[in-house]
Ligand binder design. Sequence first.
Ligand SMILES: Cc1cc2nc3c(=O)[nH]c(=O)nc-3n(C[C@H](O)[C@H](O)[C@H](O)COP(=O)(O)OP(=O)(O)OC[C@H]3O[C@@H](n4cnc5c(N)ncnc54)[C@H](O)[C@@H]3O)c2cc1C
Length: 410
Amino acid sequence: MNRRFDTVVIGGGIVGASAAYYLAKAGYTVVLVEKGRISAEQSRRGLGIIGTQRRDPLEMPLMLDSVEIWRGLENELGDTVGWKEEGQVSLFSNERGRRRSEAFLAVAKQFGLTTQLLEPNEVVGLLPYAQPQGRLGALYTPADGSADQELATTAFARAAARHGAVIWENTAARSIDVWGEVVCGIDTERGRLGCQNIVVAAGCWTSLLLKPFGIAHPSFWVRGSVGRYPVVPYETKLAVSCDEYAYLQEADGRLTLAAVAAPVHDLMLHSRLKLLRLHQLKQNKIKLELGKPMVRSLMGEFNDFTTHRTLDPAPDVTGLKRAAAAFQAEHPVIGSIQYQRSWAGYMDYTPDGLPIIEAVAEPRGLFVAAGFGRHGFGIAPAVGRSISDLITKGAIDRDLTPFSSRRFTL
Ligand SMILES: Cc1cc2nc3c(=O)[nH]c(=O)nc-3n(C[C@H](O)[C@H](O)[C@H](O)COP(=O)(O)OP(=O)(O)OC[C@H]3O[C@@H](n4cnc5c(N)ncnc54)[C@H](O)[C@@H]3O)c2cc1C
């Protein structure tokens, strides 16, 4: 078996799978190693909203590239990804929300988005089944969309394989090999692999992988919780969000609801409180919880890549109940129903909410794409393509400086 590749991609989430696809399509020999299964951690646990709305302007050029990719992705990959361009509505209930929404209109104008500010009566027109309570209005972007996280990620991996990429599941990368100042391979559970380039798209595990090189990946884990209702007597194609919940309805009528009010950071041995505090200052509140994850981290459970082939944290039951109460109060038509199932996922957050996408200065040949927080799915195709272009062409026509990890040390 060939053990030398142009590029090794570490991580089979949407970022790693899309990078592997574009690299293989460009004619590079690629192996993607995934410690568990493709699309098993962050990239299967979210709602799949693909939104420009309320994005940081720094992310907007890449995000708009991504929307263009999403529009043609099913043709490009020859596979189903569940892409729908049905629009996104973000409700607000206080003056702060109105100010933030108004401020975004300037960003929307700058980037040519079709975003509009809606008055309460217009919200009712858009969501006829809802009885919004105390909402002052909403931000609405008709051209935002959504896709199925698992379908899209596995479609990228399958298409990469069709272009010759080797996909190894249940294969953890244990360490990165460096010769002088250049990467030369990785050590995996299936032995060593030689390569010229390594893409680290390892989501929550990126810090652990980079630590031996003294490369700081400034991120911390945040637990997001999601519940799925059975088919509800309600119909909307829009992605809807507010301070309490966000939801998206499947074509068959089932509805997936995320609790967004208070994402949770589970205190663990490796918790990076300094980064958390920096985030709290700039962004929303994150609830700190002390429980079983601390005990498990004290027992060394998160110190390697194989004890947790797939991170599968417990959902925040209280947060999900609150989200359900707020949702049901505004949608009396659905009555009082229970979640059919619920789950959670750890997200890889940076203090400023922007990802790290960069070619590392040393060792050369090392590329990092991680720290996408709660909205990495939508932007991932453009990130994968950019990383591929960086490797195959040596440059891209987008400015990646805002995503350099150096912004935290300068
Ligand atoms: C509840 C929830 C809701 C969300 N909702 C949305 C949304 O609506 N819209 C949106 O845009 N985003 C959303 N997101 C965020 C989005 O899912 C993530 O930003 C995105 O999936 C990150 O992809 P990734 O490839 O970077 O990471 P991941 O999908 O986590 O992939 C990283 C992979 O690397 C593997 N790995 C790690 N270490 C190693 C190793 N040493 N060797 C081999 N493999 C390794 C892991 O097993 C994992 O599969 C949500 C996330 C959650 C949890």
